[in-house]
Design a protein around this ligand. Structure first.
Ligand code: MRU
Length: 389
């Protein structure tokens, strides 16, 4: 067990090289098992597809961008496990992994997006068959092609994580500017370094403020039933030396109404083309409270969390989890035997309640449909090198 508390850190120094949320070891993916935090910092070595799916389903790894970065690397692990001997075999292995890992959780768009990107880029690389032309025997060419394919999968999977880390840093920089006047910031769930391959999305703003020496204090709502706020946001902020107070979910609205909060910032699991945002269940209530009090309600997310195929939030599939998560807290039963429970894991905050969406492609403001379309166009132009100078 490693103690998380390092509250004496000099916040003007850069964020130290903390244990990464996920890491490619050379032949496996090592993740922090987030189900064990905050009491234990345990690492989990993921070497096969079934373990990867299990880690996603039980939230050992979680948060939309982290799911993307992890899912992409899990495809490589699953490919190595299957050890396909021909290109045809390799293609069918990848199609199996696409859905086996990609559909392990439905709401966070980054998971399936990152897996599709990794597989499709590797398969579509035009040079894939070059070695086949040069090889003398069919078997040799197939083996060379599967090795090339595996190499391309790894390169693309690592790029997903590296790009996410860059996006987080840019979100932090922009978020610090947007929230320049906010000292007490409320957040829900965990949209920090534990939820991304970088320094987080919503919490990147907090880290950027702290690193610059701006005064900042965080109110983290507990986030029933799995307590990502109480366990994870509180753990990582305390670990970084940021002043954090955990607040019961039901207390946040009255604290906001009473003037104790300057701004609310949350992450996102999927943002529709019109700006409607799916995030951890309870986010909607925070947005309503912020609107009623007249304070800013911000969503922070990389452009990879925007799903232009969803015209509006009502099309987003909301994950419903096992009702036992409501019935129990650890080993203790909370509800009377025999009663039912409903456990939607996310809700959708309508765009009218969102002040701005802080992305790595800029700060988007209403009307969101236009701002989002423009941001995605700019992003695509930058990737394909078609941007204007
Ligand atoms: O169920 P979880 O813990 O995966 O839910 C995570 C969230 O709702 C986060 O706010 C979201 O994924 C953004 S993480 C940067």
């Amino acid at each position: 067990m490693i103690s998380p508390a390092r509250l004496d850190r000099d916040m003007t120094a850069p964020i130290p090289a903390l244990t990464p949320t996920l890491r490619w070891t050379g032949d496996s993916v090592e993740i922090i098992d987030q189900t064990r935090l905050p009491s234990e910092l345990c690492l989990l070595d993921v070497r096969d597809a079934a373990t990867a799916v299990d880690a996603i389903e039980r939230l050992a790894i979680r948060g939309a961008p982290a799911l993307g970065a992890f899912g992409a690397l899990a495809v490589v692990v699953g490919f190595d496990e299957a050890a396909p001997r021909s290109l045809d075999d390799a293609r069918s292995v990848l199609e199996r992994l696409r859905t086996q890992i990609g559909d392990a959780r439905p709401t966070a768009v980054n998971l399936r997006w990152a897996i599709d990107r990794t597989i499709d880029t590797a398969l579509n690389a035009s040079a894939l068959n070059t070695s086949a032309l040069n090889a003398s025997a069919l078997n040799t060419s197939d083996m060379a092609d599967t090795a090339t394919l595996r190499e391309r999968l790894l390169v693309e999977a690592l790029a997903v994580g590296a790009e996410d880390a860059k996006a987080c840093a840019e979100i932090g920089r922009l978020g610090r500017e947007v929230l320049a006047d906010a000292t007490t910031i409320a957040t829900h769930c965990n949209a920090g370094r534990l939820a991304t391959a970088g320094i987080g999305t919503a919490l990147a703003t907090v880290y950027a403020k702290a690193a610059a020496g701006d005064p900042v204090r965080v109110l983290a709502s507990e986030t029933r039933p799995l307590l990502q706020g109480a366990r994870l946001t509180a753990w990582e902020l305390a670990d970084a030396g940021v002043d954090v107070s955990v607040v019961a979910d039901g207390a946040m609205a009255s604290l906001i109404a009473g003037g104790d909060v300057d701004a609310v910032i949350v992450g996102a699991d999927r943002i529709a083309a019109n700006g409607d945002t799916a995030n951890k269940v309870g986010t909607f209530a925070h947005a309503l409270a912020a609107a009623d009090a007249g304070i800013g309600f911000y969503v922070a997310a990389p452009t990879t969390t925007i799903d232009p195929a969803m015209a509006s939030g009502d099309q987003i599939v909301i994950e419903h989890r096992n009702p036992d998560e409501i019935h129990h807290a650890g080993p203790s039963r909370l509800t009377p035997e025999g009663v039912h429970a409903m456990n939607p894991a996310f809700d959708v905050t309508p765009n009218r309640l969102i002040t701005a969406i802080i992305t790595d492609a800029g700060v988007l403001r209403p009307p969101f449909d236009e701002a989002i379309a423009e941001a995605l166009r700019t992003d695509l132009a930058a990737q394909t090198g078609n941007g204007t100078c």
